[in-house]
Design a binder for this molecule. Structure first.
Ligand code: C2E
Ligand code: MG
Ligand code: MG
Ligand code: MG
Length: 278
């Protein structure tokens, strides 16, 4: 009967919600100890010049491996870390770790010219962000020019004074700013002329459809043209096929990142890949 059916569906729904809430609580509790237990690590994904195929830089991507939960996706744990106020602490660790890695590679004679790290909105709004980054770089003796911060479009569109001031100060230090997932929040482009941006990263959702879907071709082409017109570098993320790479290169996209060139990998693997590519 319809009424019973509705009630059962509701019960099922409720049980599922409860289970999800419990799982979420588990994740929260586990995440609070992740840093001190040494469960965080970074992987590095190459960013290559589309015309020469050479590695120009890399993006550092955070990983969390819990002894029981296993590897948890950043798409899952980053939002939790943001919500429970852990992200700034994690972000600081990411920057320190990335600096140490650059120095380690330097010592091995492997020069990574540019290392990109992601920052979340909570970090971008912090009053002490600039001082913190300056200190980390100074202590490590790493030139700010070798660092790029990836911020998302949605973060910039909120037009928060503190974020604008921080990014401008970081740019003055010599750090470059890239807009990650560009195109995914396409509702206003005004921020592009007021913010200190150097690079656009074409969102993977458009790259996925390139050479298959005419609309994605048009959007990718438009983003590349926009970047050119504004004097910004353009990098495509999530490039998986040679056809996508050929299209993007033909349209004038500068760089690409994606499984075609390499997955996020351990530091040694990136060095090895660079040796192979020359
Ligand atoms: P993102 O910054 O847009 O990073 C790109 C994501 O796409 C990465 O996922 C990368 O592994 C994946 N990817 C790259 N190329 C390909 C491809 O060809 N095919 C497919 N299917 N995927 C590709 P990942 O590492 O799981 O990170 C997910 C998101 O988590 C990142 O998206 C970023 O927003 C966030 N994140 C990762 N590390 C950090 C961090 O240290 N701090 C902050 N605040 N966020 C981070
Ligand atoms: Mg990114
Ligand atoms: Mg991205
Ligand atoms: Mg993305």
């Amino acid at each position: 009967r319809a009424k019973d059916h509705g009630r059962n569906t509701y019960r099922f729904f409720e049980a599922e919600m409860t289970e999800r809430a419990i799982q979420r609580l588990h994740h929260e509790t586990a995440l609070r100890g992740a840093l001190t237990r040494g469960e965080l690590s970074l992987l590095y994904q190459p960013q290559v010049d589309l015309s020469t195929g050479r590695i120009q830089g890399a993006e550092a991507l955070l990983r969390w491996t819990h002894p029981e939960l296993g590897a948890v996706s950043p798409f899952e744990f980053i939002p939790i870390a943001e919500e429970i106020g852990l992200i700034s602490e994690f972000g600081k660790w990411v920057l320190e770790q990335a600096c140490l890695q650059l120095l380690a590679w330097d010592a091995e004679g492997f020069r990574v010219h540019r290392l990109a790290v992601n920052i979340s909105v909570q970090q971008a709004e912090r009053i002490d962000l600039v001082d913190e980054i300056r200190e980390i770089l100074q202590r490590a003796g790493v030139a700010p020019e070798r660092f790029e911060l990836e911020v998302t479009e949605s973060m910039l569109m909120r037009n928060v004074d503190r974020v604008i001031a921080n990014l401008s100060a970081l740019r003055d230090l010599g750090i470059t700013i890239a807009v990650d997932d560009f195109g995914s929040g396409f509702s206003s482009l005004g921020y592009l002329k007021t913010l200190p941006i150097s690079r656009l990263k074409i969102d993977k959702t458009f790259v996925d459809g390139v050479t298959i879907d005419d609309n994605d071709d048009a959007i990718a082409r438009a983003i590349i043209a926009l970047g050119k017109a504004l004097g910004l570098e353009v990098i495509a993320e999530g490039v998986e096929t040679p056809e996508q790479a050929a299209f993007l290169e033909h349209e004038g996209c500068n760089e690409a990142q994606g499984y075609l060139f390499g997955r996020p990998m351990k530091p040694d693997a990136l060095r090895q890949l660079s040796l192979e590519r020359g």
